[in-house]
Write a protein that binds this ligand. Sequence first.
Ligand code: MG
Length: 256
Amino acid sequence: MIDIKSKREIELMEEVCRIAALTQKAIEEAIKPGITTLELDEIAEKTMRKHGAIPAEKGYPSGIKGVPDFPASICSSVNDVVIHGIPSRKEVLKDGDIISVDLVAYKNGFHGDCCRTYMVGNVDKETKRLVEVTKQAFFEGIKYAKKGNRLGDICHSIGEFVHQNGFSVVREFQGHGIGRQMHEDPGIPNYGKAGKGVRLEPGMTLAIEPMVIAGKPDILELDDGWGIITEDGTNAAHYENTILITEKEPKILTLL
Ligand code: MG
């Protein structure tokens, strides 16, 4: 069931999404060669708590027997790590790396979810194009995030844009509705058929998140039970915002 948010609930979503965006800003300012992913994690937690929010990813259950709850405040996914990378004091960013930082703030009963892929120092031309296409895929998708359109219009647009640019979308993970729960209905794949799926209605809040691989779409899981890497070792990028469907244009809640 898709939860349609009331005016008051939307105000609370806006507040927590702004905190998520401010947290990304703090991360962006800190990214440089030599910093560790654990240091970025600490910055994220501190920023969220300063604004009265808590990092919702910390302690998130894996749902898999033998795999511990997620231990950190951000997912930090470097180069060929697609999603769900665990921050570490041993992981030092170096010139030419890319890192996707996916974070979820929680406050007053609501979640705000966003991801950016940052370029560390000087990144090669093709990797830069990967990062830019991934971000642009989000904006291509939300052109269709309007009342009366169908969910598949967004999914199709993202997938087509990525393929036209010669990259692959991840098929096993997807965007989602968001609100009181981090993951709500509907699931939002980064591919699909235009004209299919649920009709978009004002008050829906959706996390739209293209996950893009430079090479083939296949993925593998790391031994920690969380990290997802590309099978062919090529780089991956990820860009996400929480948006609100309105009577007119969609509102991006996690951009400042
Ligand atoms: Mg996210």
